[in-house]
Write a protein that binds this ligand. Structure first.
Ligand SMILES: Nc1nc2c(ncn2[C@@H]2O[C@H](COP(=O)(O)OP(=O)(O)OP(=O)(O)O)[C@@H](O)[C@H]2O)c(=O)[nH]1
Ligand SMILES: [Mg+2]
Length: 431
């Protein structure tokens, strides 16, 4: 659609870059923009004169849609609609983000999450309409009020049914994470602002494809798919395996972050973000090629979203170094020093710095512990040895008449399992 974007800021210079990229990501063509520096107007968001100017531009460009970068209340949306030519819709940043999510949602989970976010967006609007109708004495309005009452009930019921289904998926995911940890995998998650380069880095780090059948299917699974410069390219989760220093690692890519996301959108995507919150390590990917103030702001946004739930250690990864000079990189590093004291810098596209990143990953993962087991020869001894070959790093092994001595290093869960199995062998030999 032909679109005019509008943005109001309290002070400073309005920057319409991101809202234009979001509009493009939704498939729109931005034909013009209006901006204003002033306090928000309760009725129209912009000043009345600015809205007249906006209406003129709409006519002049034959625009079909107006997108506000600001959050619009239901009354503001209604009032603005009245000021514009008939048939021209007005939406805000959040409605636009939901539209993009809706277009990209190609898995059951993504669809449920988008629907949940939409219902949460709609609920206060239905409530506003109901209370408006109740205040009116007009009988026609009363009819509308009853309609909205039942619409409100429907929304609430649907919300709780979706939440139930998402919870079931979360339980399934949690079990899968535990299974994966039990079989010796460390879980690493990619997080970061949309367009930072997470999916590109995933493809760089993990060339092998190894995905559970019931993991969300996503176009990113296509190993030759080129990443494009579109915001919110990734919605679902994609997991691939890699091996670093003998450690089997699963890396999960997920939905990107963006500024000013209201809590109801973030909550709607919690089911996807759980992969980040429950990881052993988070790689926070930052696009270092943007202006220093933008890098800082985006880093703050990412920390805000993560800080609510994240437990894992975080490595800050400054990506796209191929686009900056050494001096620029140094400048960014010192500007974010307080937020991200020890970042790794890479180019996911050229491969620069990837080896550094790999070694930082292994040193940040929970350390492997050493263990020494002596087990008797039984029918099942060799199966324990081969299981340890698969799930641990065997540092020494010797056989004699009395049994087998195995020295190995692995994650605590594996050591626990190995001890149990060794005990089983002792019992078996004794009986
Ligand atoms: N020059 C350069 N471009 C990069 C680099 N890494 C990624 N890009 C480009 O940046 C754009 C976004 O990359 P993606 O990997 O899709 O970003 P993302 O973080 O997965 O984005 P979302 O899925 O929207 O959250 C693409 O056009 C990539 O080709 C890099 O190291 N250097
Ligand atoms: Mg992506």
């Amino acid at each position: 659609m032909r679109v005019i974007v509008a943005k109001r800021v309290d002070e400073g210079v309005p920057d319409t870059g991101e809202i234009c990229r979001l509009a493009a990501a939704a498939g729109h063509e931005v034909v013009d923009e209006v901006t204003q520096v002033r306090p928000g107007d309760p009725a129209l968001e912009l000043g009345a004169g600015k809205v007249d100017e906006l209406a003129q531009l709409v006519i002049q460009h034959n625009a079909e849609l107006v997108i506000f970068d600001n959050r619009l209340g239901p009354y503001q949306t209604y009032n603005l609609g009245n000021k514009l030519p008939k048939g021209v819709a007005v939406i805000d940043r959040f409605r636009l983000i939901l539209d993009i999510f809706g277009q990209r949602a190609n898995t059951r989970r993504a669809q449920l999450q988008v629907e949940l976010a939409e219902l949460r967006y709609e609920l206060p609007r239905a409530e506003a309409k109901t209370s408006l109708a109740k205040r009116e004495e007009h009988p026609g309005f009363m009819g509308l009020g009853e309609y909205d009452e039942s619409r409100k009930r429907d929304i609430k019921e649907r919300i709780s049914r979706i939440q139930e289904e998402l919870t079931t998926m979360e339980v399934r995911d949690a079990k899968r994470r535990e299974r994966r940890r039990d079989s010796g995998f460390d879980l690493v998650a990619l997080a970061g602002y949309t367009n930072a380069g997470k999916s590109t880095l995933l493809r760089r780090l993990a060339s092998e494809l190894s995905i559970d059948q019931n993991e969300d299917l996503h176009p990113d699974l296509d190993p030759v798919a080129a990443s494009s410069d579109r915001l919110f390219e990734t919605l679902g989760t994609t997991t691939r395996s890699t091996t670093i220093d003998d450690r089997d690692i699963l890396i999960t890519d997920t939905v990107g972050f963006i500024a000013d996301l209201p809590p109801w959108i973030i909550e709607s995507f919690n089911s996807t973000l759980e992969a980040v919150y429950q990881a052993d390590l988070v790689l926070l990917v930052i696009d270092v090629s943007e202006p220093v103030t933008t890098v800082r702001e985006k880093l703050v946004t990412c920390h805000d979203i993560l800080s609510a739930r994240n437990q894992a250690p975080i490595i800050t990864v400054l990506n796209k170094t191929d686009r900056v000079t050494d001096a620029e990189l140094t400048e960014v590093k010192s500007a974010i020093d307080a937020l991200a004291p020890n970042p790794v810098h890479i180019s996911a596209v050229s491969g620069d710095g990837i080896d550094d990143l790999r070694s930082r990953i292994t040193s940040a993962l929970p350390p492997w512990l050493g263990e020494r087991l002596v087990v008797p020869h039984t029918d099942n001894t060799m199966s324990l040895v081969s299981w340890l070959h698969d799930n641990a790093r065997i540092t020494d092994i010797s056989y004699d008449d009395s049994g087998v001595m195995i020295e190995f290093e692995s994650r605590p869960a594996i050591i626990e399992r190995a001890r149990d199995r060794a005990e089983g062998l002792v019992l078996e030999a004794g009986s």
